[in-house]
Design a protein around this ligand. Structure first.
Ligand SMILES: [Mn+2]
Length: 376
């Protein structure tokens, strides 16, 4: 039997470093080294770095640069809910994630990842990622400076950006910003209980979280919008049809239907890339009740997760993703148990995004070689 050896860096106590073996059965005190220092968080214009990052994950200087960055967008100015608490969600979810710490590997560019006990899967094991922090908002409640600097930075690094909202109008701003620098024709893959095409036929000039899709559909760079999980009653003037708008209602959503629909749409509209947006009200309120506009009778958590995974197995390369419309918890210390559902979904989204990235990324080969684990 092979002797155990230190694999993960688990603690820093002053200058002392504590490592653990693969199964966390042996602990070691190891010598400090330059490559074991914490990788600095990129200091970007308009972004406050986190006090404690998502998953308390602190990648090391000696590891490959991240493939995936996370950014909080604490914006609720596009919400129709008076006094909405969705701006604080990015920090509440961050606080929830501190209960699921991930550790950097000592000699390989990988991290410990997370087990999903339910599915028996180990997720995010090979994903290098870093939390950039939270967008600042200025006097006019604008977060565009931070969002743009994060998008420019991640594009230059050939990495993906995961944005945590905020209300759903941030998806519009993110896609507009991506489209302003890209020629690609993008499909928006949107998980949502609502169609976000407006609450009536008349008041549409101002873009907000309930009509941003109608505004996006006018963009040439948006090849199509595929909505998954829709349900509930609407009056006739609340319905909306558009040649580029494709809908899979909650009652009809299956991984197979998602797969075939995305393939059809990709060919029909000659799309070259995709973007994933997950509105937490897509989940049944029994799974995740902390949204402003819940609609009961939603899909099961498992079906939703399987459909998200299927969407990310698309042959299209994804250019980014977001999670939106969750409500802030009372405080970092009092995060309700259901928040884990949002975190689990985010984990599957990040894992699926990374698999998609490895299939499509320009540097896919380089990344996968690094994952083989060349020892320094
Ligand atoms: Mn929405």
């Amino acid at each position: 039997m092979k002797d155990t050896e230190p694999v993960y860096l688990v603690r820093r106590i002053g200058d002392t470093l504590i490592a653990a073996d693969e199964t966390f059965s042996q602990f070691y005190q190891i010598e400090p080294a330059e490559e074991l220092e914490t990788r600095p968080i990129p200091q970007l214009d308009g972004i406050d770095p986190p006090d404690e990052p998502y998953f308390s994950l602190k990648p090391l200087v000696g590891q490959d640069s991240p493939h995936l960055y996370m950014l909080g967008i604490p914006y609720s100015g596009g919400s129709g809910m008076e006094g909405s608490k969705v701006a604080g969600f990015e920090q509440s979810l961050r606080a929830e994630s501190w209960k699921k710490v991930m550790y950097p590997a000592l000699t390989q560019s990988r991290i410990s990842g997370l087990y999903d006990i339910g599915s028996g899967q180990r997720l995010l094991e090979s994903v290098m990622m870093q939390d950039l922090g939270t967008c600042q908002t200025d006097d006019t409640d604008s977060y565009s400076k931070g969002l743009n600097s994060a998008l420019v930075y991640t594009e230059r690094e050939e990495a993906l950006l995961c944005c945590i909202g905020g209300d759903h109008s941030i998806t519009y701003s993110i896609l507009k910003s991506i489209l302003s620098r890209s020629e690609a024709r993008i499909i928006l893959v949107q998980f949502d209980a609502h169609h976000d095409c407006g609450v009536d036929a008349i008041h549409q000039s101002e873009m907000h979280h309930a009509n941003f899709v109608r505004h996006l559909l006018t963009e040439d760079g948006i090849a199509a919008v595929v909505q998954i999980g829709l349900r509930g009653l609407r009056s006739v003037d609340q319905m909306y049809k558009h040649p580029k708008l494709v809908q899979i209602p909650a009652e009809q959503m299956t991984p197979e239907r998602v797969r075939t629909t995305l393939l059809d749409i990709q060919h029909k509209f000659q799309a070259e890339a995709a973007y994933l947006s997950f509105d937490l009200d897509c989940l049944d309120p029994g799974s995740f009740p902390y949204v402003d506009f819940p609609i009961s009778g939603g899909p099961s958590w498992f079906n939703t997760r399987n459909c998200v995974v299927a969407a990310l197995e698309s042959s299209l390369p994804y250019v980014g993703f977001d999670m939106v419309e969750g409500q802030e918890a009372e405080s970092d210390e009092r995060i309700p148990g259901q928040y884990e559902m949002a975190l689990r979904m985010l984990t599957y989204m990040m894992d699926g995004m990374h698999r998609n990235y490895l299939r499509h990324g320009k540097d896919a080969l380089r990344v996968s070689q690094a994952l083989e684990g060349t020892r320094r």
